[in-house]
Write a protein that binds this ligand. Structure first.
Ligand code: DC
Length: 224
């Protein structure tokens, strides 16, 4: 049975993880949320009063960090479930600094490649098509206007009971996009062979359907 790798990249809150999870479920593939891993490192630093902008200290902390992703999409940090913590506003505000750190990236990319070694995966992030899985069979670059993304993130937060304002989310997304796209190492960038997908005016179901069509066209019928 052929192992198939699907990379879904794009800016923050473009709906990648929702879509990637549904695509993985449909194909019976493993879903890997790489952003959650950067978020877990952020939680560790915040809990240990390590400044997320202090590259050396963050790099030193990596030896004390063990992250595990579970099939139910929960995530643990040194054995503790941090699925909820990683979505808190304080984590949103700091995670881009952590993701700029080359040592952090090398540490997490190694794990991401290992998880994807022998299984069919849908992996979402920023650098999956360009750096983590450059040989992925299908690469999608999922975008949406910053207004659409802010609105989606706002509604998501309200649903989860996380207090927030639409304006501040929009500002933070712009800032995060800027940092993610302008960092030196493995920045957010569309891979040359990625298919761009603007989801501003698409429902989740339409996006999932479109990606599945692309997968079937490129890879053929799939036995998950
Ligand atoms: O997708 P997300 O919002 O959960 O990602 C959190 C942060 O991690 C975001 O600022 C970008 C960064 N990230 C990254 O640099 N590379 C990845 N493969 C995934 C996420």
């Amino acid at each position: 049975m052929k192992i198939v790798k699907i990379a879904i990249d794009g800016p923050a809150a473009a709906g990648k993880s929702t879509v990637a999870q549904l695509v993985a479920k449909e194909l019976n593939f493993v879903y890997i949320d790489t952003g959650a891993m950067y978020r877990a490192v952020t939680v560790f630093c915040l809990e240990h009063n390590i400044s997320c902008q202090d590259e050396r200290k963050v790099a030193d902390a990596l030896k004390d960090i063990e992250i595990t992703l579970y099939p139910d999409h929960s995530i643990s940090l040194n054995g503790k479930d941090v699925t909820k913590e990683i979505r808190q506003p304080i984590v949103n505000a700091n995670v881009s600094y952590i993701a700029q750190n080359k040592d952090v990236r090398l540490f997490l990319v190694k794990q991401q490649r290992k998880i994807a070694e022998n299984v069919s995966v849908v992996m979402d992030g920023r650098d999956i098509g360009t750096y983590v899985l450059p040989d992925a069979d299908v690469k999608i670059f999922q975008i949406a206007s910053v207004e659409t993304r802010a609105k989606r993130r706002y509604l998501e937060n309200i649903q989860k009971g996380i207090p927030c304002s639409l304006e501040s989310i929009q500002e933070e997304l712009k800032k995060r996009d800027y940092i993610d796209s302008n960092r030196d190492f493995a920045p957010l960038k569309q891979a040359e062979d990625a298919i761009p997908l603007d989801t501003s005016n698409m429902s989740i179901e339409e996006v999932v359907k479109e990606i599945l069509n692309i997968v079937y066209k490129k890879v053929g019928y799939i036995h998950g």
